[in-house]
Design a protein around this ligand. Structure first.
Ligand code: HEC
Ligand code: HEC
Length: 276
């Protein structure tokens, strides 16, 4: 697109969202059909399938693990080879099994950082990956095991994780989130700014709600810097303007399709109110 077209498009989008958001009926979709997964009923094939859903959906792993170069592209790499290299690397000091390696990657991302993927300026000593059993991702034990089973299966290994027992708490969120079908589609609309920030996992990349993530810029004082229109543009057309020192294509490009107008406005209010 030419620069002018981008501007015209941005303005049109902003008008739609600012102007019409208030007059459009706030369409409430029917409550999503929940696919309830009974923890006790999952066999290993079910665990692998559940792990695959989580990886691209609610686990938000593909926000970073994709083909954009921000993190190892776990869905396309030869995982048998990659994991074998990690276990041989003297820098990896954990138990030498693929299960233990993946678990450590999720629970203590900075214990071993894949070369070239560390936080800027940390010389690969600190990982930008958030811990997955704490907010904003917050996976439970069964969910982490399901993801490990999925990645082990992709690496050609028979999964070694335990199957969930009947008395184990069922997966925290059992709404279906099939690959490509963003988790957001099946969740009801958020009703507060913080809820919307949670729903779209902004805190996985921005230091919000105490996450200390730094894949994206610190948003404190962003209201003074960008104003309401600028914030909307940053969310709906992230590549139109790139924050200084960051690269394009890292922030998800499809919030315009996923968010309801009301949610966008809640997020803008929330960010406008963040102090410097
Ligand atoms: C905010 C970005 C981000 C998110 C979200 C994220 N990761 Fe990562 N992950 C990384 C980066 C960057 C690395 C490479 C640095 C390191 O080793 O920690 C990594 C490394 C890994 C590794 C080791 C890969 C290897 O090649 O050895 C695994 C396994 C992993 N992540 C799994 C996950 C899973 C599972 C999820 C979702 C539950 C997830 N990650 C979510 C950024 C992310
Ligand atoms: C996968 C990581 C990622 C996620 C998830 C993410 N962002 Fe970002 N965001 C970035 C990066 C990287 C930049 C800087 C590059 C750019 O300007 O696009 C950025 C830029 C921004 C900016 C512009 C900041 C400035 O100083 O110019 C705003 C505002 C913003 N994001 C808000 C959000 C909101 C709100 C959400 C959730 C709805 C969100 N982001 C989700 C990575 C992310």
């Amino acid at each position: 697109m030419t620069f002018l077209k981008v501007i015209v498009f941005s303005v049109a989008v902003l008008l739609v969202y600012t102007g019409f958001a208030n007059v459009l009926p706030q369409v409430q979709s029917d409550p999503p059909k929940e696919e309830v997964i009974e923890a006790g009923s999952l066999d290993m094939a079910g665990m692998i399938a559940y792990g695959e859903k989580l990886f691209s959906g609610e686990g938000t792993c593909t926000l970073c693990h994709n083909d954009l170069g921000r993190a190892p592209d776990l869905l396309n790499l030869d995982l048998a080879e990659e994991f074998a290299l990690r276990l041989e690397d003297p820098k990896y000091t954990g138990e030498k099994t693929v299960e233990a390696y993946i678990r450590e990657s999720m629970l203590q991302p900075s214990a071993y950082v894949v070369a070239g993927f560390g936080k800027k300026g940390s010389n690969d000593s600190e990982s930008p990956m958030p811990v997955v059993n704490a907010p904003p991702i917050e996976l439970n034990e069964v969910q982490m095991n399901a993801i490990i089973a999925f990645l082990q299966d992709r690496a050609g290994i028979v999964p070694t994780v335990p199957l969930p027992s009947a008395d184990q708490a069922p997966p925290a969120d059992t709404a279906s989130a099939s690959p490509g079908d963003a988790a957001a589609d099946v969740e009801p609309p958020a009703t507060t700014g913080a809820e919307a920030i949670d729903k779209y996992f902004c805190a996985a990349c921005h230091d919000l709600e105490g996450s200390q993530a730094d894949t994206g810029p610190d948003l404190r004082g962003v209201g003074q810097r960008l104003g309401r229109g600028g914030i909307m543009e940053a969310i709906l057309l992230p590549n139109a303007t790139i924050a200084q020192g960051y690269e394009p294509d890292i922030m998800p490009q499809d919030f315009a399709e996923q968010m309801q107008a009301g949610e966008l406005l809640l997020i803008v209010d929330y960010l406008m109110a963040l102090e410097n």
